[in-house]
Design a binder for this molecule. Structure first.
Ligand code: ATR
Length: 281
């Protein structure tokens, strides 16, 4: 594609962003569809995030993803929020409206889209769900799984109070909240386990879980994708559990953002293949 004066600009806003895979993902889909547009990663100074949003809106930015550490601030800054963004208090996708950016959260739906894509049959494994974490990723997944019909959800977090706070997002349903020290009790007989903490990222501070406590056909999902094979996933495979890394959730949330901006759901498989190729090159 030739970048012209009229080429629309899309961006990832975060700090830091230099290792982000989103430009490869989004530019790949833009090219696949023959759309006009270019997607870049912008490392935004945390002291000037709100001013940057105003500037980018007035400069005609056509869409943005928002990542660490700005998802909550983006929710506060957006001129209106989708229901998911409102419930989770987190925005990872901005699209321009008349008076500012609309804020949406595609993390939870992206997670579900990935399960539908890479773990067909996962809906039969929702009898006993365990989510580790209570941050933005965990809250998005909690809400999405609840909407998908999961009713027996256990939430385990290092900071128990924060776990309780996250559980309050779900109204009318009991979420069983545990401290990390009690994880064995939550894991007993689990059919779907998700690590939505940052533990295990770059092989640091991995969660020490006894995966053998879960049901034999348990699916273990780690939202961490650097490394792709975390020690949790190694343990899961060692115990003959199905194991999935977080690269697909990155693709899923990106695909739903693309759909918001361009009106068409891009191909998850091609996105995943592109990211796998870029990680192995
Ligand atoms: P995000 O929005 O990406 O989910 P976050 O809000 O910083 O990020 O949340 C990080 C999550 O990882 C939290 O659940 C955090 O636990 P606390 O609420 O107790 O802080 C969890 N976490 C981070 N490092 C951890 C570690 N070493 N062991 C266990 N949990 C960890």
């Amino acid at each position: 594609m030739i970048i012209k004066a009229s080429t629309p600009l899309y961006a990832l806003l975060g700090h830091p962003v230099s290792h982000s895979l989103s430009p490869i993902l989004q530019n790949g889909w833009i090219a696949e569809h023959g759309f006009e547009g270019v997607y870049v990663a912008l490392d935004v100074d945390p002291a000037h995030f709100e001013a940057s949003i105003d500037g980018l809106f007035h400069a005609g930015l056509r869409g943005a993803n928002v990542t660490i550490p700005f998802k909550e601030r983006a929710a506060a800054k957006a001129c209106a929020l989708s229901q998911n963004a409102m419930i989770t208090g987190s925005v990872n996708c901005l699209s321009p409206a008349q008076n500012g950016f609309l804020g949406d959260s595609t993390d939870g739906a992206g997670f579900i889209a990935d399960l539908d894509f890479r773990a067909k049959g996962w809906r039969e494994k929702t009898g006993h769900v365990v989510i580790f974490g209570a941050g933005g990723a965990a809250r998005a997944i909690l809400v999405a799984l609840h909407h998908a019909g999961c009713s027996h959800i256990h939430l385990v977090n290092r900071n128990y109070e924060r776990g309780l706070e996250a559980a309050r997002l779900i109204v009318g349903e009991t979420i069983h909240v545990w401290s990390l020290a009690e994880n064995d009790r939550a894991l007993l007989g689990a059919s779907l386990v998700i690590n939505a903490t940052s533990a295990g990222l770059n092989d640091q501070n991995a969660l020490a879980l006894d995966v053998s406590k879960t049901a034999e056909d348990c699916l273990v999902y780690d939202t961490v994708y650097a490394p792709r094979e975390t020690s949790l996933l190694k343990d899961a495979r060692h115990s003959n559990r199905q194991a999935l890394d977080g690269l697909g959730m990155l693709v899923g949330q990106g695909a739903l953002a693309f759909e918001i901006w361009f009106g068409i759901r891009p191909d998850l498989a091609s996105g995943l293949t592109r990211l796998e190729a870029s990680l192995s090159s």
